[in-house]
Design a protein. Structure first.
Lengths: 132, 279
């Protein structure tokens, strides 16, 4: 059915096809002209992944593949090891820990702080009504 | 005697230098030469002194479009190599006394022109003319680098085709930040755009993102006038001629938003409605 519609409207869409092909070819061109950008992206990608798993940094491959309608980035990142949950790098829990710790003492204060303005507002409204 | 002549020349030369604008595209056959001839004609008809420089060494064509092929006696390389003076090499237009052509050398190669010599030549022309329009050869090699070397501004000509837009995109990258390129979309066929069979001006400029100088439709009269060697811009009445004059006014710094719209109304009226409806 879709094919039928494609055939029916296909020829009139050649402008759209041109637009799509153009966008794709330009993305590829721009990537080819910016090898430094790709290197930088690769470095940062490895950096982020390494926070969670042990990566074989020398064997990381990043490629761009062109399909008919889209450009895709294919990353091959060999993983050397994944730590047991309890043995995971301590930076993540530590990062969260202060947040969690600070969140609790703050929360009880924050809760009564919330309704307070409301009550004040109500009081103000009452106050406004009172003279009337 | 010679020294005194120089002094007089220097005294006559106005303090303000003209603007050197390169007309480029990357891809061949998109209408750079026709655009150069017509913009030059339109600027000259406004009273500006205009020099057109054919930088396409080895493939001289601007003389044909201007109908001056039989009058060209000397060329750009003759001047650079010192064989003739600049004045001797400049060919006056048949139609406009403030328009001149400096033809390309036909039997030479682009590599024979040193970039510094080309820059110096453009500088000399800027002293005498309000506008120096440089018709850039296709490609991005030595000829391109020479053509852009002496210019301060750039106009890129693009047809609504994938290959042309891709090449212009590359050229914009090569031009770098020194130029503030303006875009002419050439050979647009409004009916095809309307039927979704051609990239629209918006499609093209969504990618190139340049200030739009103007749009020229693909009209048989351009071919006819080129056949005759009479630039279409000699007539202001037709829509295409008017479009060139609107662009010339814009280049000269006039706020021509209204005339541009008017041209589009008459020419691309329904196209405009189509864009409006789509947006």
């Amino acid at each position: 059915m879709i094919e039928f519609f494609k055939r029916l409207f296909g020829p009139s869409d050649s402008g759209a096809t041109a637009k799509q092909r153009l966008q794709l070819v330009l993305m590829t061109d721009h990537l080819a002209l910016a090898p430094e950008m790709i290197d930088a992206m690769k470095r940062e990608l490895v950096e982020v992944i390494s926070r969670y798993v042990e990566v074989d940094r020398d064997k990381v491959e990043v490629d761009f593949e062109r399909h008919d309608h889209a450009l895709a980035m294919m990353a091959n990142v060999p993983i050397l090891g994944v730590a047991r949950p309890s043995e995971r790098p301590s930076e993540r829990p530590q990062e969260r820990a202060p947040e969690a710790a600070s969140a609790e003492p703050v929360a009880p204060e924050a809760v009564p702080a919330g309704p307070a303005p409301l009550q004040q507002r109500k009081r103000r409204k009452k106050a406004q009504r009172a003279p009337a | 005697m010679h020294e005194r002549q120089l002094e007089i020349e220097e005294a006559v030369v106005p303090a303000a230098r003209g603007r050197a604008i390169v007309i480029t595209s990357g891809k061949g056959g998109v209408g750079k030469t026709t655009t150069t001839a017509n913009l030059g004609t339109a600027l000259a008809m406004r009273g500006a002194r205009v020099a057109l420089v054919d930088a396409d060494i080895g493939l001289r064509n601007l003389d044909i479009v201007l109908g001056l092929e039989s009058r060209v006696k000397h060329h750009l390389l003759d001047v650079i190599e010192g064989g003739v003076t600049l004045e001797e090499a400049l060919v006056p237009s048949k139609y406009n006394e403030s328009l001149v052509l400096l033809a390309a050398a036909q039997h030479r190669e682009k590599d024979e022109v040193p970039t510094e010599a080309m820059t110096a030549l453009i500088e000399r022309l800027r002293e005498r003319f309000d506008y120096v329009l440089v018709d850039c050869p296709a490609g991005i090699e030595h000829g391109f680098r020479n053509a852009i070397a002496g210019a301060q501004e750039a106009i890129v000509v693009c047809t609504p085709e994938v290959s042309a837009v891709r090449d212009v995109d590359r050229v914009i990258g090569l031009l770098g930040n020194r130029f503030k390129p303006q875009l002419i979309v050439n050979r647009l066929r409004p009916q095809l755009v309307k039927r979704g069979k051609m990239l629209s001006v918006e499609d093209v400029n969504a990618i190139l993102r340049l200030p739009l100088l103007g749009v020229i439709a693909d009209e048989p009269e351009i071919i006819i006038t080129t056949n005759k060697g009479e630039p279409l811009a000699l007539r202001r009445d037709g829509a295409t001629g008017a479009a060139y004059h609107a662009m010339a006014a814009k280049i000269a710094g006039e706020d021509v938003e209204a005339p541009m719209v008017e041209v589009r109304e008459s020419f691309f009226g329904r196209l405009g409605a189509f864009f409006g409806g789509k947006a």
